[in-house]
Design a protein around this ligand. Structure first.
Ligand SMILES: [Zn+2]
Length: 465
C-alpha cells in the first residue's frame, strides 16, 4: 500500500500488498491523493494487463495537468474520498463504463497530450471486463514483476475471494520453489514475440550499433530492418534498432546461414514462413518442402532397411561450421539483451563479429525436445546475473523453436571469472538452473568445431503397424 500526494508523488514503496488484498480485492489502496495545492514535477501512472504493460508520464506538471491527473484518478472504480484524500484500488476492471469514462475525460486533451492518445488506445484495447492493475510504476525487479503478473492472471481466473487467495498463494509458492534461487540471482528477460518489439533505439537518428559502436555520425547506416532472431526462423516481430547495415550484412553472410541451414528440415516441418514464404530446400538428390497440408519429401536414395523401416538420404551441397551455430545463438542473445550489459560483453561481440576462425574451447550447449512448450514463433529468454555470485554464469539464454529447446552460456563475458568449460563448474551452473536440470532428457553437445561439415541429412521413417 502506498500514498500518492500532489506535492511529492507516490510516497511509499509498494509493499507486497496482495498479502492484505488477496482476501478482499478492494482493500488494496494504492492512491492517497491530496486534492489541494502542490506542484509535482512529474507524474507517472502504469498499467498492467494480462498481456500488456504501459505507462503514461507527464514530465512537467502544471495546473492543467494536475487537474487532468485528479480527474483521471477519479475515473477509476472504488474511489473513496476521505477528508482531502483520494483512495482507489490497484485492481481495476475494464468495464465498458470505466473505459467510456476515461475516453470521454481525455478526449479534449488528445491534441495537447500525446500520452493521452496512447492511454485511450490502450484502455480501449483491454478486453471488456478484464481485470488490470494501476500502479505507480512497473516493477523493474524480476521477482516482483513475476508476482504482479501472477496476480493479474489469478484475478482474471476467479471472482471467488477464497479461491482467489488460495490460487494465488499456490501459484506464488510454486514460483518460489521452482526457481527461487534462480530468481534471486538473475534478472529474467523475455522479449515479446507476439507483437512488434523494437529493442534499442526506435528512432533511426539516435541509433548506435551495439556490435561495432558506430552511429549515424561516424558513417553507419541503419536503413535495413535488423531481425534480432533470423527472419528465416519465423521471427517477424523482434527487431533490433541498434544494428547497423554493415554488421547486419556480416551476420547475414557469415553467421546466420549456418543456424538456418541447421534448422532446415525442422523449418519445413513447422512450415516456417521467412521473407520468401515457406522454405523449399533443394538437395543434390531431392528436395523437401511443405505444401500447406503436409511435408513433401523427394529423394533418389531411399533405402529399405527392414520391412517397415526406410532411410532417406538428402545430400546437401552446403556445409555448416558448428561454431557458427553457437555464434548465431549468441548473436540472438546480444541482440535481445539489455543495452546496459553490452560494455561487459565486448570480447563476446568481438568473437562473433570478427569472423576469426581460431578454435576456442566453449561451454557445452544443452538441448532437449519439449512438446509442452511448443512455440511456432521462435523465442528467447535471457538470464542476466544481478549478484556477484561468480560461481554461476553472467548470461545464460534459452532459445526455443517449435519443440526444440537450447540452453547456452554466453561465453567471454568480463563479468565471469569461472571457467564453465570445466566439468565441475558446468555441473554447478546446470544444477542452479533447476527448472531445466530437473528434466532428464537433456543432451549436451559441443559446438566448437571451426571446420566445415556437410549439411546432408538422413531421415529415418518407420511404419507403425
Ligand atoms: Zn555495426
Amino acid at each position: 500500500m502506498y500514498n500518492y500526494c500532489k506535492k511529492k508523488g507516490f510516497i511509499n514503496e509498494p509493499q507486497a500488498w496482495w498479502d492484505d488484498c488477496a482476501t478482499e480485492v478492494s482493500s488494496a489502496l494504492i492512491g492517497k491523493y491530496i486534492t489541494s495545492g502542490g506542484n509535482l514535477n512529474n507524474f507517472n501512472l502504469s498499467f498492467m494487463t494480462i498481456d500488456d504493460r504501459f505507462s503514461i508520464n507527464f514530465d512537467h506538471m502544471n495546473e492543467e495537468a494536475n487537474l487532468l491527473v485528479s480527474k483521471l484518478l477519479f475515473c477509476f472504480d472504488k474511489v473513496e474520498v476521505e477528508a482531502e484524500t483520494l483512495h482507489f484500488t490497484a485492481e481495476q476492471r475494464a468495464t465498458s463504463e470505466l473505459k467510456l469514462r476515461i475516453c470521454n475525460l481525455i478526449q479534449p486533451y488528445l491534441s495537447q497530450h500525446p500520452q493521452m492518445n496512447k492511454l485511450k488506445a490502450k484502455i480501449s484495447n483491454i478486453p471488456d471486463n478484464q481485470f488490470f492493475l494501476v500502479l505507480q510504476e512497473i516493477p523493474t525487479d524480476t521477482e516482483t514483476l513475476l508476482l504482479y503478473e501472477l496476480w493479474v492472471e489469478t484475478l482474471n481466473e476467479t471472482e471467488d475471494p477464497n479461491e482467489l487467495k488460495s490460487s494465488f498463494i499456490k501459484k506464488s509458492t510454486q514460483l518460489n520453489g521452482f526457481s527461487g534461487y534462480l530468481v534471486s540471482n538473475y534478472q529474467v528477460h523475455i522479449p515479446r514475440n507476439d507483437r512488434r518489439t523494437i529493442i534499442g533505439n526506435a528512432t533511426k537518428d539516435d541509433r548506435c550499433c551495439r556490435f561495432c559502436g558506430k552511429s549515424n555520425q561516424n558513417g553507419a547506416f541503419f536503413k535495413k530492418v535488423a531481425h534480432a532472431i533470423p527472419e528465416a526462423l519465423g521471427n517477424k516481430n523482434i527487431i533490433l534498432g541498434d544494428e547497423c547495415d554493415e554488421c547486419n550484412q556480416f551476420f547475414g553472410d557469415n553467421i546466420e546461414p549456418c543456424l538456418i541451414e541447421y534448422f532446415n528440415i525442422y523449418r519445413v516441418m513447422l512450415n516456417t514462413k521467412g521473407k520468401n514464404g515457406s522454405p523449399f530446400i533443394g538437395y543434390k538428390n531431392g528436395s523437401i518442402h511443405h505444401d500447406g497440408n503436409m511435408v513433401v519429401l523427394t529423394s533418389t536414395i531411399i533405402e529399405n532397411i527392414k520391412d517397415s523401416e526406410f532411410t532417406i538420404n538428402l545430400n546437401s551441397s552446403k556445409e555448416i561450421t558448428p561454431v557458427n551455430i553457437y555464434k548465431a545463438l549468441c548473436k540472438i542473445t546480444l541482440s535481445t539483451i539489455d543495452k546496459s550489459c553490452i560494455p561487459l560483453l565486448s570480447e563476446t561481440i568481438n568473437w562473433i563479429r570478427s569472423g576469426a576462425v581460431e578454435e576456442k574451447v566453449l561451454p557445452k550447449v544443452a538441448f532437449t525436445i519439449e512438446h509442452s512448450g511448443f512455440t511456432k514463433q521462435p523465442q528467447i529468454v535471457n538470464y542476466v546475473r544481478k549478484t556477484k555470485n561468480h560461481d554461476i554464469p553472467h548470461v545464460v539464454s534459452e532459445f526455443r523453436i517449435g519443440s526444440f529447446v537450447y540452453v547456452y552460456i554466453l561465453p567471454f563475458s568480463d563479468n565471469d571469472t569461472e571457467d564453465f568449460t570445466k566439468e565441475e563448474s558446468f555441473k554447478n551452473y546446470w544444477d542452479t538452473f533447476n527448472h531445466y536440470s530437473g528434466l532428464k532428457t537433456w543432451k549436451f553437445f559441443s559446438l566448437t568445431g571451426t571446420s566445415k561439415v556437410s549439411a546432408s541429412s538422413v531421415i529415418k521413417l518407420k511404419i507403425n503397424k
